[in-house]
Design a binder for this molecule. Structure first.
Ligand SMILES: Nc1ncnc2c1ncn2[C@@H]1O[C@H](COP(=O)(O)OP(=O)(O)OP(=O)(O)O)[C@@H](O)[C@H]1O
Length: 640
């Protein structure tokens, strides 16, 4: 974080703290307090929605659990706030775990469906369980007492402000750590995450439980703030508002959460009064009109694309001044404004402002890459293991009637480069997927080093020494090259969530060591200069090299390269071949799938040839090249 950003955050918090001193009207103090309480929930929701890319429709329910934990503990036991807040966090996080553990086992929209049902059930339960929650009557809960004296409104406001600041710090630290990188990686490419030893299921659950914890804290603070809670508050509409707040503010930014909370709290209030609404509509129209004129004059955008937002906002302003009464139109206007923002600002307001800044001021320069310390990037341990490092027996992989692998045996010698070739559809990629646990073979066994690995998860296999690259590059596009390699180094971190949140020495040390190691790995494949560039912006050839560096971060004994030269230019292929030789010199065994025959014949020690899922030949490149079956099946045209 640069000095200017720190200064702005400091000033922002100073303004929040001074607010109740300069503005003593309790109505406004309460409004800002509500924004801060919602912000805490949105910090957590952004972990699930923005970082892991899941949709939760149950955060209003979780918010309700937090509120009722505080309410019920106070009502039945007169528990003080220092008990109700931690209890709300723990109980809501536990509910989050109960929800997430089954829902996240499967991919797809299950989390959305399960959380939707959960939100509804929670509201019904709160209503029905009068013996605990007083049902529709609701629960009254006074402001917290300290030493027997009730806190004043300002003091409670400051407590909320401190807790929001702490939440922001904790969330920021988590998201900048190996945990945050795991969340982001699993959204960008779940299959690559699993193959980097970062279990998609485990980290989705962790993200959801964390998020639920923040919803619990937010709910408990809300109950003291409102001093009365009832089941109606925690409805589906509130869940949608929370989601919209993330989308409108901008995902993956703390400022986006603050902005989103401000919008969902303030917008309905602004629409209460026709004069305020007119002013807002006019200001919006002027901003959009001037912004569009600047964009068109600088040739940043086409007039055609800006027509609808300009007409929409100008139309809204005209409509505002022609209205006599806003009451009947409130919801429609609210919905239309949200639609406009969601449709036109897909990266949210923060994302839009960043884009405008980049366009008007120019892209910001890349921050400098961390230093390279010159240590060997590859650990010596990768050289160990039995002579036959991989033994696959009678592998059968059946998809319906298709036998993608039909009783294939494969033995790979330690320290060799083993080529796997065959015509399109012969089963090479299926073999990679079976070896890395993406597919569980229908029959057969795989022994890697001393362990039977068939049926084991991809993350387990990755952590036990088999790394891979992908035929279609599977990088974590929104992360930098350095962060991509750091995901590969996830297995080197031992620090726990509290250590990350409190920034304890072990975590700082691990992060420093991982960054140094990642820089050495990037240097190994010649990408050190591009360490701070986002992976999606790298040229294609460099992306393939980055995948190799990321795979090497796992300290693999066996590295599987799936068509690494596909789509590369001749100089890129030369660079790639040099890197493959270097990897082998370090003692790492390689399996190489390639269609570039000259490359396979030049660098492989042994070549296995597949055709229609069966092994038709195996031997040295020279033997394979002259094998009749191979010539017929694969090299037929060229040989002829
Ligand atoms: N998930 C799947 N479901 C159904 N069929 C599959 C699946 N994966 C592979 N196959 C089938 O298995 C066969 C082997 O495919 P595979 O992708 O392993 O071949 P390949 O040798 O890697 O081909 P290419 O060189 O084109 O990548 C093909 O007939 C393919 O359609």
């Amino acid at each position: 974080m640069n000095a200017l950003k720190k200064l702005l955050i400091g000033l922002g918090f100073a303004a929040i703290f001074i607010f109740p001193v300069v503005q003593t009207n309790p109505y406004y103090i309460h409004l800002v307090e509500t924004i801060m309480i919602y912000t805490i929930l949105l910090f957590g929701l952004d972990i699930v929605v923005g970082y892991t890319g899941q949709v939760s429709l149950g955060h209003a329910g979780l918010f309700g659990i937090g509120a009722y934990t505080a309410g019920v503990l106070f009502m039945h036991m007169h528990a003080p706030i220092w008990i109700t807040l931690p209890a709300a966090i723990a109980i809501t996080a536990a509910f989050g775990a109960v929800l997430a553990l089954p829902a996240l086992r499967v991919t797809g929209p299950y989390l959305a469906m399960v959380t939707l049902a959960f939100g509804t059930i929670i509201q019904i339960l709160i209503n029905e369980m009068d013996w605990l929650t007083e049902g529709p009557m609701g629960v009254r809960i006074p402001k917290p007492h300290i030493d027997g004296v009730a806190m004043g409104d300002e003091h409670y406001y400051w407590l909320v402000a401190v807790l929001m600041g702490l939440s922001m710090l904790v969330v920021h630290r988590i998201l900048k750590s190996h945990l945050g990188r795991a969340f982001e990686a699993l959204r960008d490419s779940p299959v690559a995450s699993d193959c980097m030893g970062v279990s998609v299921y485990k980290y989705k659950v962790i993200a959801f439980v964390l998020s639920a914890g923040f919803a619990g804290l937010s709910g408990a603070l809300y109950s003291y703030s409102e001093q009365y809670i009832s089941p109606n508050t925690y409805n589906f509409e509130l869940t949608i508002l929370f989601l919209l707040a993330i989308i409108m503010g901008g995902r993956k930014t703390r400022l986006g959460a603050i902005l989103g909370a401000t919008i969902i709290v303030m917008l309905p209030k602004l629409l209460d009064d026709i004069h305020t609404f007119r002013m807002v509509a006019l200001a919006l129209a002027v901003v959009v009109l001037v912004g569009s004129l600047v964009a068109i004059s600088r040739k940043i955008a086409q007039p055609r694309t800006l027509l609808i937002p300009v007409l929409g906002t100008v139309g809204l302003a005209v409509f505002a001044y022609s209205l006599k009464n806003i009451t009947d139109w409130r919801l429609t206007i609210f919905g239309l404004m949200i639609l406009l923002v969601v449709y036109y600002l897909q990266d949210g307001i923060v994302g839009f402002v960043k884009k405008c800044r980049d366009l008007l001021v120019g892209q910001r320069t890349m921050p400098p890459a961390p230093a390279i310390d010159g240590r060997d990037a590859i650990s010596a341990a990768v050289r160990s293991g039995p002579e036959q490092i991989l033994k696959a027996n009678n592998l059968l992989m059946q998809f319906g009637g298709v036998k993608a692998l039909n009783n294939v045996d494969l033995v790979v010698q330690r320290g060799s480069i083993h080529g796997l070739i065959g015509p399109n559809g012969s089963g090479k990629s299926t073999m990679m997927n079976v070896l890395t646990g993406i597919y569980v073979p229908t029959a057969g066994a795989i022994q890697f080093v001393e362990e039977q690995i068939h049926g084991k998860s991809s993350a387990h296999i990755a952590l036990n020494g088999i790394a891979r690259t992908f035929q279609n590059v599977q990088l974590f596009g929104e992360m930098t090259a350095l962060e991509n390699v750091l995901v590969g180094l996830h297995h080197t971190f031992r620090s726990t969530l509290p250590e990350v949140a409190l920034k304890l020495p072990r975590h700082s040390r691990e992060e420093k060591e991982a960054i140094a190691r990642a820089m050495n790995l990037l240097n190994f494949v010649g990408l050190a200069d591009l360490a701070m560039e986002e992976a999606r912006n790298l040229p294609y050839g460099k992306q393939r090299l980055l995948e190799i560096a990321r795979a090497l971060a796992l300290d693999p004994r066996l590295l599987l390269l799936d068509e690494p030269a596909a789509g590369l230019t001749a100089p890129d292929i030369k660079e790639l071949v040099a890197i493959i030789h270097k990897i082998r010199e370090h003692g790492i065994t390689l399996i190489l799938i390639e269609h570039h025959m000259d490359m396979v014949m030049a660098i492989c020690d042994t070549v296995t040839v597949l055709d229609f899922g069966q092994k038709i030949a195996e031997g040295t490149p020279a033997e394979v090249q002259t094998n009749e079956k191979v010539v017929e099946a694969y090299l037929g045209g060229e040989a002829a």
